[in-house]
Design a binder for this molecule. Structure first.
Ligand code: GUN
Length: 285
């Protein structure tokens, strides 16, 4: 039997409708509207699409979104000055600097300039540190989306062997910590480009999470029959948007499989809304 699909699109719609109720309730009680400000430097087409989609999601749940689009040539000091202004603006609850930023700008410096209470991406080093210590302020959106996709499909993690392929700061690294955390209780293996015999490690996974950015990287022989496979990849190819998993072949082996598009992506976007509402609650209390 082919794998059951983990439908992130439908789940995200359901969570947005839950959030819309919470946002309306917040507005009624606080007489202020949760507000996310996105900062986009340059005109990278993919980044423009991401930001447009995030703003559309905000509209749908009643969160106000604002956009500062700055020219490609913006200097680091100009960007830092804008962030300083947004930090001081009490009407802004969440600040998101769309990545990547142009090369003249130091990404880490910029992320650490955001008020950590407004850091709805959870990329500030203070928020990363808190996550490591098991006392997160905000959860990073993609790892949180992955956990929600598992939880809402009633896929247990306790005692399960989760193998993550890809050690990025945005997905693999934080997800490894979150899955090992008390409550999730998975046994985690974090794989990367130097892992020896990756296929045999991947085959041990009860839950295989792939975030490596290589189209069709995971083939059927890397998957234990019945395993859950979560594809975090978004690769633009001649054939359109594809994930990191060879979907058709792996579907014949896995128990559950998340599609691309329509799997993790929609949940990543929802978690930004969750964090923005949380930031508004924190800053207005
Ligand atoms: N670029 C790619 N993914 C992300 C993300 O999750 N947040 C931000 N700010 N930029 C990104």
């Amino acid at each position: 039997m082919p794998a059951a699909l983990l439908d992130g699109k439908t789940l995200a719609r359901q969570i947005r409708s839950e959030l819309a109720v919470e946002v309306a309730d917040f507005i009624e009680n606080n007489v202020t509207v949760p507000t996310l400000t996105a900062v986009l430097v340059g005109t990278d087409p993919a980044s423009e699409v991401y930001v447009r989609n995030k703003r559309r999601d905000c509209d749908e749940v009643g969160i106000q979104s604002r956009l500062h689009q700055l020219p490609e040539k913006t200097t680091q000091d100009e960007l830092l000055a804008l962030i300083g202004k947004l930090n001081k603006d009490d009407s802004v609850h969440g600040i998101l600097v769309q990545l990547p930023v142009p090369k003249q700008i130091d990404t880490e410096l910029v992320l650490d300039a955001i008020n950590p209470l407004k850091d709805v991406d959870a990329f500030h080093s203070e928020n990363v540190g808190r996550l490591m210590q098991g006392r997160p302020r905000y959860l990073p959106c993609t790892p949180h989306g992955v956990l929600e996709l598992l939880a809402r499909n009633e896929i247990p993690t306790v005692g399960q062997h989760a193998v993550i392929i890809g050690r990025s700061d945005i997905v693999g690294k934080p997800l490894s910590v979150m899955l090992a955390q008390r409550g999730k209780d998975a046994t985690v293996t974090l794989c990367h480009s130097r892992t020896k015999d990756l296929p045999s490690v991947a085959r041990q996974a009860d839950i295989l999470i792939v975030a490596i950015g290589k189209p069709n990287f995971v083939t059927a022989d890397m998957v234990k029959p019945g395993a859950t496979v979560i594809d975090v990849g978004i690769n633009r190819t001649d054939k359109g948007l594809v994930g990191d998993v060879d979907f058709d072949a792996v579907r014949e082996v896995a128990g559950y499989l998340s599609p691309v598009p329509g799997g993790v992506g929609p949940l990543t976007r929802v978690m930004l809304l969750v964090n923005t509402l949380a930031a508004a609650r924190r800053l207005e209390q």
